[in-house]
Design a protein around this ligand. Structure first.
Ligand SMILES: Nc1nc2c(c(=O)[nH]1)N[C@H]1C(S)=C(S)[C@@H](COP(=O)(O)OP(=O)(O)OC[C@H]3O[C@@H](n4cnc5c(=O)[nH]c(N)nc54)[C@H](O)[C@@H]3O)O[C@H]1N2
Ligand SMILES: Nc1nc2c(c(=O)[nH]1)N[C@H]1C(S)=C(S)[C@@H](COP(=O)(O)OP(=O)(O)OC[C@H]3O[C@@H](n4cnc5c(=O)[nH]c(N)nc54)[C@H](O)[C@@H]3O)O[C@H]1N2
Ligand code: SF4
Ligand SMILES: [Mo]
Length: 671
């Protein structure tokens, strides 16, 4: 007799939608996966990628046992070893490194492969062990940091609108966000708003599939959003539509900020942004007279030199229009700031202060000779595919004196440089607790099946490493359910009544905020308690691409790919086939100027390196702008490189955020 059951889980991937899913298990094997129909945000649908997650868990190339490198670094040649052998070698090498160089010589390089609180990024999984060892801190700033800081300067938090309230908006700006690719569940709420008469505008240098579906698309020059935001506010003032009551009672710094706005009439912004003056004015007039206006601005905008400033400036708009007073008004970047769960990383386990190493600066970090990194411990990350300046990272990973451990599910490019590879469980096989950064729910992940092969979860791996190192601190041995209890025990009203037991039974729970949720009704979490207009420095920071006059003339942007999630699924045959290999979108004018034709294989290059791609002549990008996507695996591409071979290791204006969409390249026919 077949024994079937449905197990509730959560999609672990770095996506705002954090879907609740149902795994169908028969005789101990996962045989089906679907979106949870009962979840108000998932509404029964996963996505084109995760519809293949079940198949991915059973893929032939999955790493199922520990391995030790036998070929040169980078060769990807390994032998199978036992967990005992792996742990012995790790304990021996770590002890040697700590004795000779101190704990700070260890870089725990954690990524966003899973966002779970127990196994992944949100909870800074593993940090208890790293603290006990005195390892360097890891600043996980690769994704959203510049925007987080920018928004916090204005609002005191990166949190804002409940995305579900977009259903109530009358004007929706999809600003630097490709909703239908990078978090499509929001679209249902946008459709609801449209049914109520809302006008939808996409502001994006690329005419994305989202822009195709919008009522209007403004093809902004990359990195110039702050100028557009200022000009839109300028028109609101021209129209006399600023909310005087809101300005007076809920904001500070208005006089200075108004002077800044006055510097950017639509004519000036048109020159900076490349958007026709009349279009800026028309949108400004619409903004002036449409309440509520909801702005969905996600991470695309802030992967630029002036990205933090751009987000800070966009966040000022509802301060001028008073949109925060209305459900469906305001800005939605991330809901993470509304989740009152503190990562339980036990800083008390540290002996003293340790240095912080910055995720976006891996190449630099590996080059440091003064205070060298001797152990790089990579988990849930694929820096060879995802981090800036691929060629310099490769050089760092080739260092003979670097001991590299990679905990992985698949043989990524990064794995090829590991000394020891540890097999990692996938989401069906471990316990976790998640929140969505694009919704207001906690989602529980109950393990549905036993670990494949000899795979271990993040927490279990670290418990075993701690044991092998002879560490006696009890906190290092807490079980996953104990950690879950600790995470939920903060005593915040938004968590009232949300227990591990309830989550395990029901699969998800909405945080205790009213619905519809209107943030900041009790004031802003800033020093003044008000929205703070701060025109510190300049109101607009021009992009790198506009300030450098060198041999490279094309501004490159590299956003999310439709069929991959960062580099996850880059090795899935069907999803890779649909992606069709690296492609570069080029406007006809730029192609003609270089004697290039549609479909041709080209080199895209700059001083950092090169990528081989198919050229697609397209009016989806304006002259001067070229676009490709992130996520392909370098070693599966011709020339063994992806777009990050072209991306500078350079800082955005806030939080050392990465500048993925702010680089200059040239394109030439392939030799
Ligand atoms: N399918 C899929 N979904 C994903 C991901 C994925 O890889 N694939 N990645 C996930 C992750 S990690 C994240 S952080 C989010 C990221 O998702 P998003 O926040 O959407 O970020 P990006 O994809 O980087 O860029 C979004 C849009 O911003 C545009 N853009 C670039 N520069 C500028 C600019 O200067 N101004 C304006 N106005 N627009 C600009 C890009 O052309 C792109 O269409 O998505 C998540 N969802
Ligand atoms: N060109 C360009 N590059 C970008 C971006 C861009 O816009 N353009 N966006 C950036 C952004 S937003 C982000 S967030 C980063 C992401 O960069 P990373 O954080 O490095 O994420 P991934 O490249 O997806 O690699 C995650 C790896 O974790 C593994 N993994 C998944 N789950 C688990 C698990 O439970 N345990 C373990 N041990 N491993 C697991 C997966 O197999 C995968 O290989 O990429 C950045 N890179
Ligand atoms: S990647 Fe996003 S949309 Fe797809 S299943 Fe996961 S959370 Fe849902
Ligand atoms: Mo991200």
């Amino acid at each position: 007799m077949t024994r079937a059951l449905n197990v509730l889980g959560a999609c672990p991937l770095d996506c705002p939608d954090t879907c609740s899913w149902v795994v169908k298990v028969e005789d101990g094997e996962a045989v089906g996966l679907r979106g949870n129909r009962d979840h108000p945000y998932t509404r029964g649908a996963l996505c084109v990628k995760v519809n293949r997650y079940l198949e991915h868990t059973k893929a032939a190339d999955r790493i199922l046992h520990p391995m030790r490198r036998v070929g040169p670094k980078g060769s990807g040649r390994f032998e199978r070893i036992t967990w005992d052998e792996a742990l012995d070698e790790i304990a021996r090498r770590l002890t040697g490194i700590i004795d000779e160089f101190g704990g700070e010589a260890i870089w725990p390089y954690q990524g966003t492969g899973t966002l779970g609180y127990i196994q992944g990024e949100s909870g800074y999984a593993g940090r208890r062990l790293w603290n006990a060892l005195g390892a360097s801190n890891h600043d996980l700033n690769i994704c959203a940091r510049a925007g987080n800081i920018g928004l916090t300067r204005t609002n005191g938090t990166p949190g804002g609108m409940d995305p579900e309230t977009f259903a109530l908006s009358k004007l929706i700006l999809l600003w630097g966000t490709n909703t239908l690719t990078s978090g499509h569940h929001l679209w249902k709420f946008i459709q609801e708003a449209r049914a109520g008469g809302a006008h939808v505008v996409a502001i994006d240098p690329i005419r994305t599939r989202t822009a195709d579906q919008a009522d209007e698309h403004l093809a902004i020059r990359p990195g110039t959003d702050a100028a557009l935001a200022l000009a839109l506010m300028h028109v609101v003032l021209d129209e006399g539509a600023e909310d005087r009551d809101y300005l007076e009672n809920h904001t500070t710094g208005w006089d200075d900020f108004e002077r800044e706005i006055r510097k950017y009439p639509p004519k000036v912004a048109a020159e900076i942004t490349g958007i026709p003056e009349k279009d800026i004015r028309a949108l400004g007039v619409r903004l002036a007279h449409t309440r509520p206006t909801g702005i969905r601005a996600t991470m695309g905008i802030q992967r630029h030199r002036g990205g933090g400033t751009a987000m800070r400036t966009i966040a000022c708009i509802p301060g001028v229009t008073g949109d925060w007073k209305h459900p469906g008004g305001g800005v939605a970047y991330s809901t993470s700031g509304l989740v009152p769960i503190q990562a339980d990383t036990r800083p008390d386990l540290l002996d003293g202060p340790v240095r912080t190493l910055t995720m976006t600066r891996l190449a630099d970090g590996l080059e440091d000779t003064e205070n060298p990194v001797k152990c790089l411990w990579v988990y849930a990350a694929n820096p060879m595919g995802s981090t800036s300046d691929q060629n310099r990272i490769r050089k760092g990973l080739l260092r003979d004196d670097l001991f590299t451990v990679v905990m992985e599910q698949f043989p990524t490019d990064t794995v090829d440089y590991a000394d020891i590879v540890l097999p990692a469980t996938m989401q069906f096989e471990h316990t976790d607790l998640h929140h969505g950064y694009g919704h207001m729910y906690l989602v529980w992940n109950e393990p549905a099946v036993p670990p494949a092969g000899e795979c271990l979860s993040t927490t279990e791996t670290f418990r075993r490493v701690a044991r092998r190192l002879g560490l006696t601190e009890p906190a290092l041995y807490d079980s996953d359910l104990e950690i879950a209890e600790q995470l939920l025990s903060g005593g915040h009203a938004a968590l009232d009544g949300i227990t591990v037991e309830r989550l395990r039974r029901e699969g998800w729970a909405r945080l205790n905020y009213p619905a519809p949720f209107v943030p900041f009704t009790e004031g802003f979490p800033t020093a003044s308690g008000k929205l703070e207009f701060v025109p510190e420095n300049e109101g607009y920071v021009p992009p790198f691409s506009a300030t450098v006059d060198g041999p490279y003339k094309l501004a490159l942007i590299t956003p999310a790919a439709h069929t991959f999630l960062n580099t996850v699924f880059g090795n899935n045959p069907e999803l890779a086939r649909r992606a069709g290999g690296p492609k570069i979108l080029v406007n006809e004018k730029d192609a003609a100027g270089r004697g290039l034709s549609d479909g041709q294989r080209v080199r895209v290059f700059n001083d950092n390196g090169e990528m081989i791609a198919h050229l697609e002549i397209s009016d989806r990008v304006a002259p001067g702008v070229v676009a490709t996507t992130k996520g392909s695996w370098p070693k599966l591409n011709p020339g063994r490189a992806n777009v990050n071979a072209l991306v500078d290791e350079r800082d955005a204006d806030m939080g050392r955020g990465a500048v993925y969409h702010d680089n200059l390249v040239e394109i030439a026919a392939l030799g």
